[in-house]
Design a protein around this ligand. Structure first.
Ligand code: FES
Length: 295
């Protein structure tokens, strides 16, 4: 389809636009001074929710601004102005959560994320202008600026969709891993790591993190659910593995997220020892998923 090819060409150019790297890196560094690892980043990332916060928050400004157009169409100018204002208020935390997600992107994802943010900021500017125009009783200008904002918002939303659904930002990177349903040999007990060391073994084509906790072997998915880092290259702190890329921290006991930016827990395999060898199989909850990839 012609439209699709045009969009694909556009996004391919944007993904490869290295001219964005320098301003992107500068902005990233500046934002890092504000969004520090810890409670602020955890909240903005969505750790308490168990899912990224940004997709949840975007529904408020988008819903308010879209509804304001409907009220404009039926002549409820007061109501439309209130919704434009509500969208502006909701845009602040929405932008903050998006910025937090963007901090841990790199390469093509960072470029697309930057363009997504710039379009959104332009949309916010247009809606702010719309609100002030409406307050000054320049209704026609207000509606015009709202339409400009809606157009910018649509373009930004398209890029946001690309970030999530094509580039996988915010997606659990283990979502499509096929963990073995039956017991599979992992490693000899004699070769298990000691102390706070970690190792990775391949089980049915999947990297599995192996450690020993209180004398008992534990096995977790080695690929970090956040952006896919090899967790066995991280370090053990207080019974948790700290991701080597962005510092996400997971309990070695149950895989739960102890600190972000990761929001999804690590899968913890069932383990048993047979004839001096550690065997693993998938956690029970993984059996509930139908996997569309089929392999
Ligand atoms: S890859 Fe980002 S916290 Fe692990």
């Amino acid at each position: 389809m012609r439209t699709l090819r045009f969009m694909e060409n556009l996004i391919t150019r944007l993904e490869g636009a290295t001219v964005l790297d320098k301003p992107g890196a500068a902005l990233n560094t500046a934002l890092r001074t504000v969004v520090r690892p810890g409670p602020v980043e955890d909240t903005l990332s969505g750790v308490p929710l168990g899912h990224p916060l940004h997709p949840l928050l975007v529904s408020v400004p988008i819903g308010a601004w879209t509804s304001s157009l409907v009220l404009d169409a039926v002549g409820d100018t007061d109501g439309a102005q209130k919704l434009v204002g509500l969208g502006l208020i909701a845009a602040a935390p929405t932008a903050a959560s998006g910025a937090s997600d963007w901090l841990t992107t790199g390469g093509a994802e960072r470029r697309v994320g930057l363009a997504h943010a710039l379009l959104n900021y332009a949309a916010i500017g247009a809606y702010a202008g719309s609100w002030f125009a409406r307050r000054a009783d320049r209704h026609r200008a207000g509606v015009g600026l709202s339409l400009v904002g809606a157009s910018l918002l649509g373009a930004a939303g398209w890029l946001g969709g690309h970030l999530s659904y094509a580039q996988g930002v915010g997606v659990d990177t283990t979502a499509f891993q096929q963990f073995p349903a039956d017991w599979v040999d992992a490693v000899a007990v004699d070769d298990l790591p000691t102390g706070d060391t970690l190792t990775a073994v391949e089980v049915a084509g999947i990297p599995v993190l192996v450690a020993v906790r209180d004398g008992q072997p534990v096995a977790l998915a080695d690929r970090c659910t956040h952006r896919g880092a090899p967790l066995h290259e991280g370090e053990v702190v207080d019974g948790c593995v700290v991701c080597p890329w962005h510092g996400g921290t997971f309990s070695l006991d149950d895989g739960s997220v102890q600190s972000g930016p990761a929001t999804r827990p690590q899968a913890v395999f069932e383990t048993r020892v047979r004839e001096g060898r550690l065997q693993v199989r998938r956690p029970e909850d993984r059996a509930l998923r139908s996997n569309p990839t089929g392999y």
